[in-house]
Ligand binder design. Structure first.
Ligand code: ZN
Length: 135
């Protein structure tokens, strides 16, 4: 894309001019903000005034589709699973350590069925027993 020398790309140049949440045109930089999609984290433009409510509603919708214990009203939170360290041998023979930080909560409890459960934020589980904690 050709631009006049010295002109900095604006938010609208990069992300278009339609608000992610209300779909109206974002008229100026002063009322614009950047938001990110819930699952993939892609950047989008939105009105500053739409952002807080839009982020909340999108999260609620996506969490309802995910239907994981993490956002269920019957879930009693466990603890974040500990990170694990593996050793891998590279093709040049060197050993390197790889740290894995799982984004999973273990040791939690489903109070609906009175059993331990694992919760995975931002992951689709599709549990039919799911009821959003904000309902
Ligand atoms: Zn808007």
């Amino acid at each position: 894309m050709d631009e006049p020398p010295g002109k900095k790309a604006t938010i609208k140049d990069l992300l278009g001019n339609r608000c992610r949440y209300c779909e109206d045109v974002v008229m100026d930089e002063a009322s614009a903000s950047i938001t990110h999609s819930y699952w993939s984290g892609f950047p989008f433009i939105c009105h500053k005034s739409c952002k807080d409510e839009g982020v909340k509603l999108e999260a609620f919708d996506c969490q309802t589709i995910d239907a994981d214990c993490n956002d269920c009203k019957h879930y009693e939170r466990g603890v974040l699973a500990p990170e694990t360290v593996s050793q891998l041998k590279r093709t040049d023979g060197r050993i390197v350590e790889v740290v894995h930080k799982p984004n999973v909560f273990i040791g939690g409890c489903c109070l609906k069925f009175n059993r331990t459960t694992v919760a995975s934020p931002n992951k689709w589980s599709g549990y039919e027993c799911f009821e959003h904690r904000r309902l």
